[in-house]
Design a protein around this ligand. Structure first.
Ligand code: PLP
Length: 338
């Protein structure tokens, strides 16, 4: 089976498994897991922040960031397709008591003008807009990449209004690969940023959140509060370190594969937006049901996703250039019936 369902479906390679087996371990909750600490130090260097903290999941990073940067009754601005808003069971509303102020966008990218229009200082009647969230790359926007200019402009607007801003960087390293803009440039204008290891980095789990020492101190309290503190997490941290060394340097290949997939699907008559990173989104061919198309592809040995009413195909370290050619042939058979 060629698995284009998600970049969360990568399996640890033999080398990654060996790194996990060999990891030096201790008690993460006490700050005594040496491999986890090494990972945190690696991320501090990569992002140029004062501090970083290992986390069990990216979803928990969003929860912790929102809790650390808001008070109950505050408003959080994000786009209407943002993971933190649409896909986490309303978790931040439950845990932080915030209200979401989602901005209507085409692909998850919003402008300083849009932001400016909804930022409120708060009074006895109105929520105070205390936090803004950016998703880079934007998942349900289509793997879309914010340009540094767009990104820095909304950061400045948030700060002009006295609000904080954080980046859901589940796939920040894909944005780095796509733009050539180094990771620390994306971290510099925000108050917090996190990276997922279970996506393109290819590890079985884990994430890291980074920011000022003061932010991480507050975030650590919420990590404990939400049950996210771990013990011998170095087994997973070792996988992340291995992925950073071995899988991230080849991440641009995933983007090339996504571009080839899009081109191949266009050739057989599908309307496909030009991918900006490792995701290909398209509608099923005219007259074909989404679920029917997904099932037919699966019968052809290619697993694909259906998200937000569209077909989503995601490239990653376990998908080769040959797999892309095979997937295009499968789609040709499904579309043409031959
Ligand atoms: C996957 C994802 C998350 C959640 O990360 P998990 O590690 O799966 O909990 C959050 N935001 C975005 C944009 C994602 O793609």
């Amino acid at each position: 089976m060629i698995d284009l369902f998600s970049d969360t479906h990568t399996l640890p390679s033999d080398g990654m498994r060996r790194a996990m087996a060999d990891a030096e371990l201790g008690d993460e909750q006490l700050g005594e897991d040496p491999t986890t600490r090494r990972l945190e130090e690696t991320i501090v260097k990569l992002l140029g922040t004062e501090a970083a903290m290992y986390m069990p999941t990216g979803s928990m990073c969003n929860k912790v960031a929102v809790s650390a940067l808001t008070k109950p009754g505050d408003a959080l601005v994000c786009d209407h397709l943002a993971h933190v808003y649409r896909f986490e069971g309303g978790g931040s509303a439950v845990l932080s008591g915030i209200v979401f102020e989602p901005l209507a966008t085409e692909k998850g990218i919003f402008t300083p003008q849009q932001l400016d229009a909804v930022m409120r200082p708060g009074n006895v009647y109105e929520p105070r807009t205390s936090l803004v969230s950016i998703e880079q790359t934007h998942n349900f926007g289509g793997g879309v990449v914010w340009s540094l200019e767009e990104y820095e402009a909304v950061c400045a607007t948030a700060h002009d209004h006295g609000a904080s801003i954080f980046t859901d960087g589940a796939r920040l390293l894909n944005a780095v690969a796509a733009t050539g803009v180094a990771a620390d440039r994306w971290a510099a204008p925000v108050d917090a940023v996190w990276i997922d290891f279970s996506k393109g980095v290819g590890a079985p789990g884990g994430a890291v959140i980074a920011g000022s020492a003061e932010f991480i101190e507050t975030a650590m309290r919420f990590k404990y509060l939400y049950g996210g503190a771990m013990r011998q997490s170095g087994v997973l941290a070792a996988a992340a370190l291995y992925g950073l060394d071995h899988n991230v340097p080849r991440m641009a290949d995933d983007h090339t594969n996504a571009a080839s997939l899009a081109a191949g699907l266009r050739e057989i008559g599908l309307e496909v937006a030009e991918p900006q990173s490792n995701m290909v989104f398209c509608d099923p061919p005219p007259g074909v049901e989404l679920a029917g198309f997904v099932n037919a592809m699966e019968s052809e040995g290619v697993r694909i996703g259906a998200v937000a009413g569209r077909i989503r195909m995601v490239t990653h370290v376990d998908v080769s250039t040959d797999d892309i050619a095979t997937a295009i042939k499968a789609a040709r058979r499904v579309v043409g019936g031959s």
